[in-house]
Design a protein around this ligand. Structure first.
Ligand SMILES: [Zn+2]
Length: 263
C-alpha cells in the first residue's frame, strides 16, 4: 500500500533528523525530497537545521518547474539537482543531499573514491561512484551532474557533499550511509597501503547480481530509446549469463577475498 502524504512527511522529517544526528549536515546544509503522485514533489525547506525540521514545514513543489504549490517556507536552492534526478530516472523516487565528512572530503580533495573494493557495494551501488567536478550553484551545478545521472545512484560532488537517489527515502539515505562507509574504509586503508580494487571478472559478476536484484538504474521513457534499449539488453544478457548463478558468484567473491588476503 502506498504511504499517505502525512506518512511521507514524517519520513522526510525522520531522515532529515538522522542526517543531523549522524553529523552529516551543519548549519542549514542538506536537503531531502520525494516524489508525490500527480507530478508533485515533497521537499524540505531552506534555512532550517535538519534537527528542527517538522512535518508541517515540508513543501509541495511542481516536479518539473520546482514552483512552490503549498507550504509556508521557501524551497532550497539545490532543488534543481533533485529535479534533474527525477527528470532522468524512473527508479528515483527520493533524493537526499548531505555533507557526510569523509565523502565530502574526497569530493573537496577532488579525489575519486577507489570503488569498487567491497563486493557488496557493487551489488548495491553499481561499479562506479563518480566525483563530479566543482561547479557554481544553480544551473551550473545541474549541468555538471547531468552526464552522471543516468548511470549512478550516488555522486560525490566536489565542494558540495554527496547526492543519492533511491526507490524511497530510506534507500536514498542508506545509499548515502554506504558511500560514507566506503570513504571511511578507503581512508583508513590509506595508512595500510590503500585498498585493493576488485578484479574485472568479479565486478562483472557482481554487476549481473546488481541487475538481477532490480537495483540497476532505470531511465524514464523520455530518455533516448538507445539508452533504454541498452539497459534492457544488459538486463537480459545478465539474466542469461553463466556468471548469474549465485553459486558461481559466491565462488568469484570467495576467490576475490582470498586474492585480497593473499591466500
Ligand atoms: Zn550541499
Amino acid at each position: 500500500m502506498r504511504p499517505t502524504e502525512p506518512q511521507l512527511r514524517q519520513n522526510l522529517t525522520r531522515y532529515g533528523r538522522r542526517l543531523w544526528e549522524r553529523g552529516w549536515v551543519a548549519n542549514h546544509d542538506g536537503n531531502l525530497s520525494l516524489r508525490l503522485p500527480r507530478g508533485r514533489v515533497l521537499c524540505s525547506p531552506t534555512g532550517i537545521s535538519k534537527a528542527d525540521l517538522s512535518t508541517e514545514m515540508a513543501l509541495v513543489v511542481d516536479g518539473e518547474t520546482g514552483k512552490k504549490l503549498s507550504g509556508e517556507l521557501r524551497p532550497f536552492s539545490e532543488l534543481n539537482l533533485h529535479l534533474a534526478f527525477y527528470a532522468c530516472r524512473e527508479d528515483a523516487q527520493a533524493v537526499v543531499h548531505a555533507h557526510p565528512p569523509l565523502a565530502t572530503a574526497y569530493g573537496a580533495a577532488g579525489i575519486e573514491l577507489p570503488h569498487p573494493f567491497l563486493p557488496e557495494a557493487v551489488v548495491s551501488l553499481g561499479a562506479s561512484i563518480p566525483t563530479v567536478p566543482l561547479a557554481l550553484p544553480g544551473q551550473g551545478a545541474a549541468d555538471a551532474i547531468a552526464p552522471y545521472l543516468p548511470d549512478h545512484h550516488a555522486l560525490l560532488i566536489a565542494g558540495n557533499g554527496v547526492l543519492t537517489c533511491g526507490a524511497d527515502l530510506e534507500q536514498a539515505y542508506l545509499r548515502m550511509e554506504l558511500v560514507e562507509h566506503l570513504c571511511t574504509v578507503a581512508h583508513a586503508a590509506c595508512a595500510l597501503g590503500g585498498v585493493q580494487k576488485l578484479s574485472s571478472a568479479t565486478i562483472e559478476a557482481l554487476l549481473a547480481a546488481h541487475v538481477k536484484a532490480g537495483l540497476a538504474p532505470r531511465l524514464r521513457e523520455v530518455e533516448t530509446k538507445g539508452r533504454s534499449q541498452k539497459l534492457r539488453t544488459q538486463s537480459s544478457e545478465a539474466q542469461n549469463s553463466e556468471a548469474q548463478s549465485s553459486e558461481e558468484l559466491q565462488n568469484l567473491v570467495n576467490q576475490e577475498i582470498a586474492r585480497v588476503l593473499g591466500r
